[in-house]
Design a protein around this ligand. Structure first.
Ligand SMILES: Nc1nc2c(ncn2[C@@H]2O[C@H](COP(=O)(O)OP(=O)(O)O)[C@@H](O)[C@H]2O)c(=O)[nH]1
Ligand SMILES: [Mg+2]
Length: 462
């Protein structure tokens, strides 16, 4: 099987399992005719106008009723894929979905490959690659902010931004090429070869470079909202790590609760901290131990800390900083990591110890100080400029980021060469490659293998 034909495909587009409804999506050549063969009202289905809904039963191979459904009918090119299509809303159960898919297979449909619907939409010019990628971003967005960024890309904001930059760069390139077209003699007559070091539209190129650098820089934050970050809670036994873990889960909305049955010696859960999806991990206590099982737990904790984007180091405020804490804070695992020291049990510690400057005083017991701690976590992860919705659109996928980086490199090279007085015929290829890379971001320039790698990471039915 391969991407790129228009054969009739079908796939379950909703999660498998029990639910009020399931949607089975179909697209391709003759899908309405094929589906009509397994439909209780075939004439009605075939006569239906595009973008209308037809009621009827899906029938099995033996014409027996399988399910009572509503079928949304689409006629090319007015559909998601740009092909004829039909979305079957049937009941959401394992057996019924299997039965409907089986009868479709039997009628001539094949299983859709991952991302094949979106692939077809792209091939038929319904959306560019940035919008195609945003479809998956929408599906996987864990927080409102992640969703908002994806919606903007689906609306075409990034596509327009890339096209606008490309248009400017094409003007720079065209200026250079026009210059190159003059015969050398014309310049020689004037005494010198004036083409050297002259880049027409130089300022335009500099403006483009600035925009591109900003776009490249946007990836860190966009990616943070899309992919999330790992925050690890560490500290001595009894400092209140588990209590704080539970408190953060309660105060900051839990997105996905800890999945039971996973064999781990730490607990983790996804929470939303100021719109950032954060995988919060509660570790075993960090301390020297002779006990083998506990030693193992400590080893795992250290592994987790190594991967952390931010470490919350909990100190029992009623005890204060002890040597063991200091040892940990100066150990190799932690150097260079963003670290927030949390002075816990402040409800009782307030009278007992004086915390060092810069710590977050909290009480996991009462919830006091936890809001301020959350703000600190968000700041440690996103920096002060934590807000994505500050107007400018950003790049969200690693693919987009890598291409923008290449464009930055080529345009910077071109400007650099111009500064050094290089001839335009040396400079022009860099500009040309930059223009091509921009085309690759939106998919105007693309190869079959790039597309296949991209779309195969989609889920089936998308
Ligand atoms: N007074 C007070 N006790 C706390 C607080 N946080 C935790 N504790 C207590 O400290 C003990 C150890 O807490 P736990 O969360 O299990 O610590 P862990 O070993 O670091 O996970 C428990 O008895 C908690 O009730 C707090 O903020 N205030
Ligand atoms: Mg604990």
């Amino acid at each position: 099987m391969f991407y790129g034909d228009d054969s009739p495909i079908a796939a379950l587009a909703t999660p498998p399992g029990h639910g009020a409804l399931a949607v089975i999506r179909t697209s391709g050549k003759n899908v309405i005719e094929l589906l009509a063969e397994r439909f209780s009202a075939p004439q009605k289905l075939k006569a239906a106008a595009g973008n209308t809904v037809v009621y009827g039963w899906i029938l099995g191979k033996d014409r027996g009723r399988l399910d009572e459904t509503l079928v949304s009918v689409y006629h090319a090119p007015k559909s998601y894929t740009g092909e004829d299509g039909a979305d079957i809303s049937c009941h959401g159960g394992y057996a019924v979905v299997q039965a409907v898919l089986e009868t479709l297979h039997d009628a001539g449909f094949r299983d859709a490959l991952p991302g094949e619907f979106t692939f077809r939409a792209f091939m038929n010019g319904k959306l560019d690659l940035t919008r195609a990628e945003s479809v998956m971003e929408i599906v996987s967005a864990k927080t409102g902010k992640a969703h908002a960024g994806a919606v903007r890309r689906l609306s075409g904001d990034l596509e327009s931004e890339i096209r606008a930059i490309k248009e400017k760069l094409v003007r720079v390139l065209a200026g250079a090429e026009l210059f190159l077209d003059y015969s050398e003699d014309e310049f020689m007559e004037a005494g010198t070869d004036e083409r050297a070091g002259v880049l027409p539209e130089r300022e335009l190129a500099q403006g483009v470079l600035a925009d591109l650098r900003e776009l490249a820089a946007s990836f860190r934050i966009e990616n943070l909202y899309q992919e999330g970050a790992l925050a690890v809670i560490a500290g001595r036994p009894n400092a209140g790590k588990s209590s704080l873990f539970n408190r953060l889960l309660k105060e900051d909305r839990a997105i996905v609760a800890e999945s039971p049955g996973t064999t781990r010696d730490w607990l983790e859960a996804w929470i939303a901290v100021e719109g950032i999806p954060v995988r919060l991990a509660d570790t075993a206590g960090i301390r020297d131990s002779s006990d083998a099982i506990e030693k193992n737990g400590v080893k795992r904790s250290i592994e987790l800390i190594k991967c952390a984007d931010v470490v919350l180091y909990i100190v029992d405020g009623t005890v204060g900083l002890v040597d063991e804490d200091k040892q940990f804070l100066h150990s190799g695992e932690i150097t260079g990591k963003p670290l927030i020291m949390v002075w816990n049990k402040d409800d009782v510690a307030r009278e007992m110890t004086e915390p060092p400057a810069g710590v977050e005083r909290v009480s996991a017991k009462t919830g006091e100080g936890v809001l301020s701690l959350s703000a600190r976590i968000a700041e440690a992860l996103a920096g002060r400029k934590a807000d994505v919705a500050d107007g400018r659109i950003g790049v969200a996928s690693a693919r987009q980021k890598a291409l923008v980086d290449r464009v930055v490199e080529q345009v910077a090279d071109a400007l650099d060469m111009a500064d050094k007085g290089q001839a335009l015929d040396i400079i022009a290829p860099s500009l040309r490659e930059a223009v091509d890379c921009l085309g690759e971001i939106t998919g105007e320039v693309s190869t079959a293998d790039i597309l296949e790698v991209m779309f195969s990471s989609f889920c089936v039915g998308k």
